[in-house]
Design a protein around this ligand. Sequence first.
Ligand code: ATP
Ligand code: FE2
Length: 341
Amino acid sequence: MLKHHSPASYCLGIESTADDFSVGILSFNGKVLANVINAYIPEKGGIHPREAARHHAEVAGKVLEEAFQKAGVKPQDIHIVAFSQGPGLGPCLRTGATAARALASYLDVPLVGVNHCVAHIEIGKLIAKAVDPVTLYVSGGNTLVSAYEAERYRVFGETLDIAVGNCIDVFAREAGLHKREGTALGALVEQMASRGQTFIPLPYTVKGMDLSFSGFLTAAVQLLRKRKHSLEDICFSLQEVAFSMLTEVTERALAHTEKTEVLLTGGVAANKRLQSMLKSIAEEHNARFCMVPKQYALDNGAMIAWTGILAYQHRMTLPIEKSLVKLKWRLDEVPVPWVGG
Ligand code: ATP
Ligand code: FE2
């Protein structure tokens, strides 16, 4: 452990794996001073990596400035710069990495590369005061059930094809729903689902501990096209089936690991129905259900800054020439020496 930093040392974290560009500033004792998130909203359709990267480059200066202002610290007060090194979309990751390298070399401070999935877990633990949870991380690009075991965050279950958030978003666009500033497509589906009454069966695909959403998505889109059921009923059924699959795998990981906490994070964690399903399995296993508030559950710079601090304290800094981004960097490849010791 490096001990010479006081709580008044600060880390700046840059997140840019997909459609959000975000900057967080944290003190070494885990106080969040700023967490500014700027989302790229495509005019229509899904994210185009190069367009998103262009957005990140355009807003980077503004977001950094706002973060410094909110935090009330000057660039010279920053002791380390952390960035999301992967996994994610190449052009988006590279834009964030470029900004981080420039800032670290200008300020002459260490650079730390952070795994995005580890960061989701670490900020969740910090904010929801969890110690050793089974985590369900569900977003537009990821669907992971994980827990710490033998020096790593192990992956107990994951999607074999598309992520659950992506599945919901594609369905929502097919249904003619439009993302608005501040309202995710998943939230629009959730609103519709709350008015649904009739359950329509959809394919439930859990293979071992893994999940699959592509056949499920095709079937849901076919239901839309048949026009036999209301959109409310289809949204309701889609949520019931998809979230039951996620809950089943999380429950099995909980039973296997005998952990006493369940942490729900990622953009999809905002969903009330998913929260209630997970809460009930947690209660059945006498585990505490730990909720991560939205600004720390979706992609955010604070999680990168916090994980940067943890890694830095274990001397995991990166020379600039080794700071290439890792598009497919898996959660279970990352050493996390700050956990369990
Ligand atoms: P990652 O890079 O981690 O894969 P991401 O770019 O998808 O993340 P997030 O902000 O973590 O970003 O998650 C966005 C996803 O969360 C979208 O698929 C969105 O529809 C979904 N989402 C947001 N709110 C809700 C909700 N209330 N119910 C279901 N899904 C939701
Ligand atoms: Fe994420």
